[in-house]
Design a protein around this ligand. Structure first.
Ligand SMILES: *Cc1c(COP(=O)(O)O)cnc(C)c1O
Length: 407
């Protein structure tokens, strides 16, 4: 590896060039496959500062607990490798409680109380199925209702002595109608003494779910918060302790190191004092610039769309009319990803005829590059080669890239 380049240099391509990596502009979102998020230099410094020292790891996790409590309003918290790991450890904690022998028996022997109730419309994937995160803990997914309809009596009826927990997923990936509202979900579960785990990995609302009765809420440190890769578990002290205990068993392969903990703590502290209005204004300016640049291009209909789960961010949706533009949303998205620098748009619904631009992860100067390039590309969209397979990679969740790796 070449000479280190500091976080401040993110706005140019020195780091990519020095390491022989292709240049990427991320207008997709906080995606693992693109490196999650750009970390603030202060967070990078906190990470680097931890690297040279020994310490007592439980002590640092206690500091993390305090930071998580301050951030979320929960009693306690702990950090793990990722939000996905957080779901697994939360489920495991609900299954075993504070019994180390039971923790060591996972996932082989979860005992008789191992079911996790989930609405069918919440059984989504975020790069991997959420059901896998449950099953890694030895949990058995007890799906209720159908994809587009879950009813109160179905939740009540699924709960019994075999129920360890109920999982509620908040995401653009889940079905957005016909689901049991969170408050009702909590009421029904709590009436039966069942703890509620919320997967809120990508949500800006860091306090609402705990305030509304979530027993454990899971967040990603490396998404909008701009931390290093880490999962945040926040909630009831007894359940957080039980989740943390899993580090003697299944949690070992999900462990977080001192450097990521130090960075995640710093990112949480910075989130609480960040000028969120200024961030929104910068994003808004990018959206409006792109709107203006795309105005009047035949077959291209840009519009500003709110986030589907109510996060305080908007995106530019670009609807592509093949007759007017001479191309398809899928072909255009694919073409943009092949440029240098690559422009990676939000394409997970591209087969419906649109892609989106997320303005949250841009380095200074990149919004201009995106707007200029997009205008150029869209004005001559009919020259982009099209194939019936254009949408396949997005539709298949990027699995092909795994299969092609080192092939
Ligand atoms: C991103 C995401 C996850 C996974 O988060 P990681 O921290 O990358 O493991 C889980 N659930 C939802 C809803 C997500 O958006």
């Amino acid at each position: 590896m070449a000479a280190p380049v500091t976080a401040q240099d993110n706005s140019d391509w020195a780091w990519h060039d020095a390491n022989g990596l292709s240049r990427v502009i991320n207008v997709n979102g906080t995606m693992t496959s693109l490196g999650a998020s750009r970390v603030h230099p202060d967070v990078a410094r906190a990470t680097a500062a931890a690297m040279g020292h020994f310490l007592r790891i439980h002590e640092l996790q206690s500091k993390a607990s305090a930071a998580i409590a301050a951030l979320t309003g929960a009693e306690a918290g702990c950090l793990t490798a990722s939000a996905s790991a957080g779901i697994t450890l939360a489920v495991a904690g609900c299954i075993t409680g504070l019994d180390p022998a039971r923790a060591e028996a996972l996932p082989r022997n979860p005992g008789p109380r191992s079911e996790v109730v989930v609405q069918a419309g919440h059984l989504c994937g975020y790069g991997a199925p959420v059901s896998t995160a449950v099953e890694l803990a030895g949990g058995i997914v007890r799906s209720i209702g159908q994809s587009t309809l879950a009813m109160d009596h179905q939740l009540r009826g699924a709960i019994g002595p075999q129920t360890a927990a109920a999982l509620y997923v908040v995401s653009h990936h889940v079905v957005h109608y016909g689901q049991i509202p969170f408050a009702r979900f909590v009421d029904i579960c709590h009436a039966a003494g069942v703890p509620v785990i919320v997967d809120a990995a990508s949500e800006y609302d860091l306090q609402g779910f705990v305030a509304a009765g979530a027993d454990l809420a899971i967040y990603s440190a490396h998404k909008f918060m701009g931390g290093p890769t880490a999962g945040i578990i926040a909630g009831r002290r007894d359940l957080v302790r039980a989740a943390y205990l899993q580090n003697i068993g299944i949690g070992r392969g999900m462990k977080i190191g001192k450097e990521s903990m130090a960075g995640a703590i710093r990112a949480m502290e910075m989130w609480m004092v960040r000028d969120h209005a200024a961030a929104r204004a910068t994003e808004r300016a990018a959206l409006e610039m792109w709107m203006a640049q795309l105005a009047g291009i035949p077959g291209i209909m840009p519009r500003i769309m709110p986030d589907p789960t109510g996060n305080p961010l908007d995106r530019l949706q670009v609807d592509v009319d093949p007759a007017g533009s001479g191309s398809t949303a899928a072909a255009i998205a694919r073409h943009l990803a092949g440029l240098d620098p690559a422009i990676i748009v939000r394409n997970h619904e591209v087969e419906l005829g649109y892609f989106q631009l997320d303005p949250c992860n841009l380095a200074p100067g990149q919004a201009e590059i995106v707007g200029r390039t997009l205008r150029e590309v869209l004005l001559s969209a009919r020259n982009i080669p099209q194939s019936p397979e254009d949408a396949d990679d997005a539709r298949n969740g990027g699995v092909e890239s795994y299969l092609n790796w080192l092939a």
